[in-house]
Every structure is written in C-alpha cells, then in structure tokens.
Design a protein around this ligand. Structure first.
Ligand code: FPP
Length: 240
C-alpha cells in the first residue's frame, strides 16, 4: 500500500466505546452492539496493519466492567472466546498476516478456558512481528500500576533493591506493556472526554482524539481523520 500519511503514529490505543448506545438507538439489546463492535475491532486491526501502524491497543473489558449484568458480561466473554478460537485456527492454518497478539490485564477471575486460549494465541503469535495487537481484558490502569509497584516492593523487602534507586523505567518494565512504546495517539469514539482507567501510566504524553462516532459505526475513514489530526498536532513532551 502506498504511503498515505506523512506522520504515522507508532502506537495507537483505542477505547471501543458506544456499543450500548448504538444498540439502544436501534431498539436492540446492548449485546447486539458488542457483536457489531467485535466485527469493527477485526476490521480496524486489519486496517491498522495495512497502513503500517506497528502497535495497536484495544480496550475490550475493564476491571470495572464486571459490574454490568451477568448477561452482558457473558456476551462479551463469548465474543472474546469466538475471536480466540478463530485466531487459534488461523495460526494453525498459517493464514495469519503477522499479528503479534498480547492480552494486557489480569488473568485472575477470568474464565479458565479463555485464559488457556489467550496463552495459546499469545504463544502461536509470538514469532509474528508485523503488527503488535494488545487487547486489554480485565484491565485497569491503576491495577496495572499497583501490580508493577508490588513487584518492586518485593525486591525491596528481599533486600535486592534500594528504594532510592527506583526509576520510572522500572515501573514501566513491570507493566503489561513492558518493552513497548507508549501510545502516541489515544482515540475515544462516542464523544466521552475521559480515559476511564486506560493506560494511565503510558498516556503521560499521548495525544487524545475524541470522536462522536459510536464504535459499531467506526470505519477506516474515521481512523484516517484521527491520524491526520494527529499529524497536525505539535507534540512538545513538556518542552517548548
Ligand atoms: C464499551 O461500550 C464497550 C465495551 C465495554 C465492550 C467492548 C467489547 C467488544 C467490542 C467486544 C470485544 C471482543 C473482542 C473480540 C475483542 P459501552 O457498552 O460502554 O457503550 P455505551 O457507553 O454506549 O453504553
């Protein structure tokens, strides 16, 4: 594909928001919105890979989403299971076009069969390097920071780390996204102006783009608009 953008973000993070409202507007059940949302997720993964985005992180299920009705949680887990089965199949048949897949978030409390599938898909995609796809499941930004800090606290307790020697990099290295660049651009469709506990540490200097489009209506053209706007931003990282 010919080069479409002058300034392409290396890492885009997306909050897939608005599935419930999309369904409600059509008199459908919320779960129908998630179903279409999961298809859009597949399309946007493919598009990001086509245009050469190296890292894409999707927010699929937060640590707070367990508060939703049992029916809705089950429906989202079923969509995830379906996707994992599909990916498993694709890797076995060697049809996958280079997705390196990582699940970020806590495995604790997740259905056991899903955890097994996640591990297997991660393992099968390990040698693929074209596009790094992170899927945040049972993910919370604060939870992730606590997780990283606890590991450092253990080292302090064991006497292998001096508290005065703790650096930002050490905290970054204990996050689920260890080794990956921070997101350059965070996109939130559906018009809400908040981060909702997403990538709190990693978003320190991210550009944020809010779109009115609801996630099930999101298209590659919407992503193009966000990338174009990103290209016009003047990132200063605290400098002048
Ligand atoms: C937010 O919209 C969306 C979610 C909490 C779930 C997102 C999950 C998917 C798109 C399916 C995941 C599947 C795969 C394969 C990754 P909302 O329900 O908060 O919408 P609302 O704000 O309009 O109510």
């Amino acid at each position: 594909m010919e080069k479409k953008f002058e300034n392409l973000p290396e890492h885009i993070a997306i909050i897939m928001d608005g599935n419930g409202r999309w369904a409600k507007q059509r008199g459908l059940k919320r779960t129908e919105g998630h179903k279409v949302g999961a298809e859009v997720f597949r399309n946007i993964c493919q598009y990001c890979s086509d245009i050469g985005i190296k890292y894409v992180t999707f927010y699929a299920f937060s640590t707070e989403n367990w508060k939703r009705s049992k029916m809705e949680v089950t429906a989202i887990m079923n969509l995830l299971r379906k996707y994992l089965d599909e990916m498993q199949e694709r890797y076995l048949e060697n049809e996958e076009a280079g997705y390196h897949i990582r699940f970020i978030g806590s495995r604790e409390g997740m259905p056991k069969d899903i955890v097994k599938l996640m591990d297997s898909v991660e393992e099968k995609s390990d040698d693929k390097k074209k596009t790094y796809i992170n899927i945040a499941v049972n993910y919370g930004g604060r939870d992730e920071i606590v997780h990283s800090v606890k590991a450092l606290a253990k080292k302090v307790k064991e006497g292998t780390l001096n508290p005065d020697d703790i650096t930002e990099d050490m905290i970054s290295d204990g996050l689920y996204t260890a080794g990956q660049p921070d997101p350059d651009l965070i996109i939130r469709p559906s018009g809400e102006y908040r981060l909702s506990n997403y990538l709190l540490w990693q978003s320190a200097y991210s550009e944020i783009y809010i779109d009115d489009v609801l996630w099930p209506d999101y298209t590659p053209a919407d992503l193009d608009r966000a990338i174009e706007e990103y290209g016009r931003r003047n990132r200063r990282f605290g400098g002048v």
